[in-house]
Design a protein around this ligand. Structure first.
Ligand SMILES: *Cc1c(COP(=O)(O)O)cnc(C)c1O
Length: 395
């Protein structure tokens, strides 16, 4: 590491750099192999260097990278149509990141009420422990003090409700409420799933009051839970949904999806992006969908998830002084720790396995959706070794 670093000091980075990847494995600059079950925070859903993504990117790189949204982008229309065909949505806006997808979702919800003659309906209800990004609006939507501090007054128009408090939620709905914003499975907040009946309850509440329901599936979407989208488990749909992370498989892509009705305020000129949905990004996004929409892909995710979750549960049973609980859906799993979560992340790292800490003292396990049986076995081996070591130290 260079010292002092020319970079903003916003990250306490681990002293390691990676050189290349192969599937679930990532190789550092010294040639050491690590099992990547963090996926760069749920991004590398098809593992590293997936041959179809590499071939697509290469081919597109030689043809055309960028044109701007002043012109038709056939691959953008195609990816939008495929997302529409696979979901509740009628309309898509592409961005470069999750936070921008959320910004679009927030603007779409406010504009909807505005063009319906209700400019006073602009407030958005969100939940404690939520994470929606790091822009000025999305830190207000997330409502977490640690991300808001020092950036001036919190952007107005966002009200937080305690996670799982139905009464507080009902009371928080007013004549000014435009939308309810929620992650069907909280990621940064500690892999906290919203029970399907609660998602259905939210849908009912929104319908009753003419409020838009926004799902942030930036982390839990794109096959992660064993369905293409996490809300599908609840059998209901939102009006607006934000996507990113796995959508580009490592290429920065975000998207805001909406029903035609919810998107009715997004008229020509009211929103825009220079890079969003450019030809290079859209080629890769389509390639990701080629794989995820293949017959049997999601079934495979569910099979692997069952095996991994059982293995984790058995490790948690054997080392209760280290792991208290296994939580999450599909291949979006969390280990609620007894020891500090960072201690387990560190010990796994020493065992050449990458994971990601989350809130609520949880370690996130976010394997590629393409992990093999051998990869899962390797992960369980490393987890067992790490838990055994920490268990001895905790005794
Ligand atoms: C990562 C994340 C975001 C923000 O995405 P960025 O690409 O970092 O802007 C928003 N919502 C959720 C649920 C996320 O996990």
């Amino acid at each position: 590491m260079t010292d002092p670093s020319p970079l903003f000091e916003t990250y306490a980075r681990a002293d390691i750099a990676f050189d290349r990847g192969e599937g679930a494995w990532i190789i550092d600059t010294k040639g050491e192999r690590y099992l990547d079950f963090g996926g760069g925070i749920a991004v590398s859903a098809l593992g590293h260097a997936h041959p179809h993504l590499v071939a697509t990117l290469r081919e597109q790189a030689e043809r055309l990278w960028h044109t701007s949204n002043l012109y038709e982008i056939p691959d953008q229309t195609r990816l939008a149509q495929r997302l529409v065909d696979a979901t509740f949505a009628d309309k898509v806006f592409f961005t470069n990141s999750g936070a921008e997808a959320l910004e679009c979702a927030i603007k779409t919800a406010r504009r909807y009420h505005y063009v319906k003659g209700h400019p006073e309906r602009w407030r958005i209800l969100s939940f404690e422990g939520a994470f929606h990004g790091r822009t000025i609006a999305t830190i207000a939507a997330g409502g977490q003090k640690k991300y808001l501090e020092g950036f001036g007054p919190k952007a107005d128009g966002f009200d937080q409700i305690p996670f799982g408090d139905h009464e507080a939620l009902k009371k928080a709905v007013t004549e000014e409420t435009a939308a309810i914003l929620i992650e069907p499975v909280q990621g940064e907040g500690g892999i906290r799933s919203v029970p399907p009946q609660c998602l259905r309850g939210l849908r009912d509440l929104c319908d009753k009051h003419g409020i838009l329901l926004i799902f942030d599936e930036v982390q839990c979407g794109m096959g992660r839970t064993g369905k293409l989208f996490a809300h599908e488990w609840a059998g209901i749909t939102p009006d607006i949904m934000a996507l990113a992370k796995a959508l580009g498989g490592g290429f920065p892509i975000g998207a805001c999806l909406a029903t035609g009705e919810a998107a009715s305020g997004m008229e020509p000129g009211v929103h825009g992006t220079t890079y969003g949905g450019n030809p290079l990004a859209m080629a890769v996004g389509n390639a990701v969908l080629d794989i995820m929409l293949e017959d049997g892909f999601l079934e495979g995710v569910r099979d692997k998830a069952n095996r991994l979750k059982q293995g984790l549960a058995s490790i948690a049973d054997r080392f209760p002084a280290v792991i208290e609980e296994v939580r999450g859906e599909g291949l979006m799993l969390g280990l609620k720790c007894v020891v500090p979560n960072t201690a387990l992340v560190k010990e796994l790292y020493a065992n050449h396995m990458l994971t990601v800490p989350a809130g609520d003292n949880v370690v996130r396990i976010l394997p590629p959706l393409t992990s093999t049986d051998e990869d899962i076995a390797a992960a369980l081996e490393r987890l067992e070794a790490a838990a055994a070591k920490l268990s001895v130290e905790a005794a």
